[in-house]
Design a protein around this ligand. Structure first.
Ligand code: NDP
Length: 337
């Protein structure tokens, strides 16, 4: 079964493996498979689910809502997000203004078929809205009982500090940040993690398997496997592209004997690796098929020893990207429209 960790310095626990539905539900994967995969997650002991209003332009939340209907609400932790343009993508259908945040939460709850989300996340920092305005809107949502906790995604250490101070002033809990983190992408280690530790904020980390690349199924110089994200023309192929370089793929193949030595599969090694970081509350995995989750959940509770961690660093070498400055490129200076 999957272990639980506290989210930030709150009393709220999440399963240390969360299932997210970006680029899969209402997109790469048909609804029956999406629902079967959510049920496989539940069967495997995952109770925490992540989505966003912008995934499949509002449609992914609806699929998740249908897949979770009939479950005991108190036994689930449901996360969603606001920021990226949605619907007709008009001037107020984006960002973190009071108008968009208060309207978005209502739409998300309707599509998810629930009265509240456990965690409501600012999908990016909005440089065009005063942070006070955003946090006042978040505080109202919490007081209305529509969200229990507040989180953010891909915020820099400075932005986390500012947000944390405002949240505290308004009496709401900013408990999490959602950044990309994997053996190949370690940019949060330099600044975001130390600041978060100080503030009592956890990381819920996305693409811990580098979108499937760390499963080892993409061979250097080879054709990409049929049915994989790299073949998904509805969105996935574009997002995974930056990892599909021969030097990266060759480095990933060098992880195979390390995984074998540790008695793990490659996907399990990737998930176990992010969970070694104590500031990570949950590895936010994707899956296009139920059997993938049955495999990855077995990474929960695995302890990797120092020799294994050192061997991973040796094997990956220069394929690892760790420049903390790069967090900024994920936090746009102007709002996306
Ligand atoms: P992963 O790195 O876990 O990649 C998941 C993909 O890898 C699957 O869809 C599948 O793709 C492949 N895969 C999974 N398990 C296996 C396996 N056992 N063997 C082989 N291949 C496997 O995470 P994602 O990139 O999907 O991101 C996870 C979640 O993170 C999202 O759903 C979303 O909730 C969140 N996210 C948040 C972002 C943010 O800005 N806050 C940005 C991006 C994601 P396939 O079978 O198609 O090859």
């Amino acid at each position: 079964m999957v272990a639980y960790r506290y989210l930030g310095n709150s009393g709220f626990k999440v399963s240390e493996i969360t299932y997210g539905n970006w680029v899969t539900h209402a997109s790469q994967v048909d609804d029956d498979d999406a629902i079967a995969t959510v049920h496989a997650a539940l069967d495997a002991g995952i109770t925490t689910f992540d989505t966003a209003d912008a995934y499949a332009n509002l449609a992914a939340e609806e699929v998740l809502g249908r897949a979770l209907s009939g479950q005991r609400r108190e036994s689930l932790e449901i996360f969603t997000k606001v920021y990226f343009p949605t619907g007709p993508k008009g001037p107020n259908d984006t960002g973190l203004s009071r108008k968009h945040v208060l309207e978005s939460i209502n739409g998300s709850l309707r599509r998810l078929g629930t009265d509240y989300v456990d965690l409501y996340q600012a999908h990016r920092f909005d440089a065009e809205t005063p942070l006070e305005e955003t946090f006042q809107a978040f505080a109202d949502i919490v007081r209305q009982g529509k969200a229990l906790y507040i989180g953010v995604s891909e915020w820099t250490a400075e932005q986390l500090r500012e947000g944390h101070a405002l949240a505290r002033e308004l009496g709401v809990q900013l408990v999490s940040n959602q950044p990309q983190y994997s053996m190949l992408w370690r940019v949060i280690e330099g600044r975001v993690v130390p600041a978060s530790q100080e503030l009592g904020i956890s990381q819920i980390v996305w693409s811990p398997m580098a979108q499937g690349v760390l499963s080892g199924k993409y061979a250097p110089g080879g054709a990409v496997p049929e049915g994989s994200r790299a073949t998904d023309r509805r969105g996935g192929a574009k997002f995974i592209e930056s990892f599909l370089r021969d030097d990266v793929l060759a480095a990933v193949q060098r992880l195979r004997p390390i995984a074998e030595q540790a008695g793990l599969t490659m996907p399990q090694l990737a998930i176990a690796w992010v969970l070694q970081n104590a500031n990570v509350a949950s590895a936010l995995v994707g899956a296009s098929r139920p059997e993938q989750l049955a495999e990855t959940v077995r990474a929960s509770g695995i302890k990797l020893d120092a020799d294994t961690l050192a061997a991973i660093d040796d094997a990956l070498g220069d394929a690892v990207f760790a420049d903390p400055e790069h967090t900024y490129s994920m936090a746009p200076e102007t709002r996306l429209a």
